[in-house]
Design a protein around this ligand. Structure first.
Ligand code: ADP
Ligand code: MG
Length: 489
């Protein structure tokens, strides 16, 4: 069954993700229409659920029918895991209607308050206070009533949000708001920044913190798309008033990715109204956006002008030190010991954003588990090479050497050695040429990294390759292929 599922999945995901994420999964049993899969780590499982739940659901639906269910068994079984191996069962709970895989991520999920009903809401709020608040972190968060209520991911807390120069202001404003929601000067609070830099995590951390310190406050997280969908639904069903009233009950409203409200005039109008009423009543409003509010196209001026009442803070790309801290913390929480050089290698090479950094760590763990190898520099390099590269990533000499050596089927040692064997010398010249063209490294340092050659050798190599690439079709083809492998072309 799992093999058939894999076929379905293979159609849907990029080859590389398929290799790193799906191939390491082992089916362990099928009983009562429940397929149990073994995955290498909790982190892996969360990643899978967050990004691939729809595809998994599709595969299970096709193979087991609508009654099919999925269970995960998490095994810590890695070369250098700290703990003794243990197995943890994670059950996928199911809604009565649909017995298949259930989403753990609220962000993508249809929520009960889709159709707001004050009475029901009050009732649920009451019920939730009767239930124990504590849940095992690995249990499907969806069964946590607190979670469902607020639509917040309980894992997004301040404790796991690493501070760095890139997010210091936003984070400390967030902490201040969490202490006194609604009454600080930071209302509304707008966090903006590029993708994968922690906006959602921070916004939800504020929400989670408030839920803990002020259990009576009604905290609600919605993405702009969810808000829009609910509004359209309300329009269709003629209950815009109910929709609005529901939102007016909220004490802390978190609206994620407000750039998606652009051009949606009616939705914005309604949001403007809700915004004003909440603000007047000292209710906290937190918003995120992918660019500074003033550059938000398609948002009404009157709405934008309201944002000036509060605080706008950005999250930026993490610097090297912050990336180191993130890699260390995430691997520690996974119970994996990672050698210092690996930590540095990854932090140096994955610069674009934190989400990508997490992806690399997941693949690394998966690869280690899959290939039954220790996590070392070699494995880190292979893992990184295989991962879809981000175009704004800085190219390093290490990276170039690895790609070129791989391509010519030689080792890096051979590449930088003194040998004058024709093939190797050619590969070396090409690698030097790339290093000169695509890194900002001074010629002298390039020479150094190629077995201590001097800068004139680098210049010569560069010239030779430039010349040959315009006269020799094989060379120009080789260069082309290599550029593609490096994701430059
Ligand atoms: P955005 O909403 O800006 O696109 P997210 O909040 O979804 O980004 O963050 C992407 C991933 O990176 C999440 O898994 C999140 O937990 C993680 N992350 C982001 N910022 C941090 C941070 N400062 N410390 C630790 N993890 C972070
Ligand atoms: Mg986000």
């Amino acid at each position: 069954v799992w093999n058939n599922c894999l076929e379905v999945i293979r159609q849907e995901v990029p080859v590389q993700s398929f290799k790193t994420l799906f191939e390491p999964i082992k089916p362990i049993k099928l009983q009562n229409n429940i397929l149990t899969l073994e995955v290498p780590s909790p982190y892996f499982y969360e990643w899978l659920e967050e990004h691939y739940v729809h595809i998994l659901k599709k595969a299970i639906d096709q193979e087991l029918g609508p009654e099919g269910k999925l269970e995960y068994s998490i095994v810590v079984d890695r070369g250098n895991a700290k703990q003794e191996p243990f197995t943890l069962k994670v059950r996928n709970s199911s809604t009565p209607k649909n017995n298949t895989v259930v989403n753990t991520q609220p962000v993508q999920q249809e929520k009960p308050q889709q159709r707001p009903q004050q009475q029901q809401q009050k009732q649920r709020k009451f019920e939730r206070e009767q239930r124990p608040a504590f849940r095992s972190p690995f249990e499907i968060p969806q069964v946590d009533p607190l979670y469902q209520e607020s639509n917040i991911n309980p894992n997004y807390v301040f404790d796991t949000f690493i501070e760095g120069d890139c997010n210091r202001l936003a984070r400390s404003a967030g902490l201040a708001i969490a202490k006194k929601p609604g009454v600080t000067a930071f209302n509304p609070f707008v966090v903006y920044g590029g993708v994968g830099l922690g906006k959602t995590h921070l916004a939800q951390a504020i929400g989670n913190d408030i839920k803990t310190s002020y259990p009576d406050k009604f905290v609600l997280y919605v993405s702009s798309e969810q808000f829009t969908q609910q509004f359209i639904e309300a329009l269709k069903n003629n209950n815009v008033q109910e929709f609005t009233n529901f939102y007016l009950m909220v004490d802390v409203l978190i609206v994620d990715d407000i750039q998606f409200l652009a051009g949606k005039e009616k939705t914005q109008e309604n949001f403007f109204h809700i915004f004003n009423r909440l603000h007047q009543n000292n209710k906290q409003i937190i918003m995120t956006s992918d660019c500074p509010p003033r550059s938000l196209q398609g948002l009404q001026e009157r709405l934008l002008s309201r944002f000036k009442w509060g605080l706008t803070a950005d999250v930026q790309k993490p610097d090297f030190e912050t990336r180191i801290a993130i890699v260390k913390t995430k691997m520690e929480s996974e119970g994996v010991i990672v050698p210092e050089d690996v930590v540095e290698y990854i932090s140096y090479n994955v610069q674009s954003n934190i989400r990508e950094l997490e992806g690399v760590l997941i693949s690394l763990i998966a690869n280690a588990s899959f290939m039954r190898k220790e996590i070392d520099l070699e494995l880190a390099k292979t893992t990184l090479l295989n991962i879809v590269r981000n175009t704004d990533k800085e190219i390093t000499i290490d990276f170039i050497q690895q790609i070129v050596a791989d391509y010519f089927g030689i080792t890096i040692e051979q590449l930088v050695s003194k040998t004058r064997k024709k093939d190797i010398a050619m590969a070396r010249q090409i690698a030097m040429y790339f290093s000169q063209q695509y890194t900002k490294t001074p010629l002298k340092s390039i020479g150094n990294q190629f077995g201590g050659r001097d800068h004139s050798t680098v210049v010569h190599a560069s010239k030779t390759i430039t010349k040959k690439s315009s006269s020799d079709a094989t060379i120009s083809q080789t260069i082309d292929n290599l550029l593609k492998r490096m994701d430059i072309k």
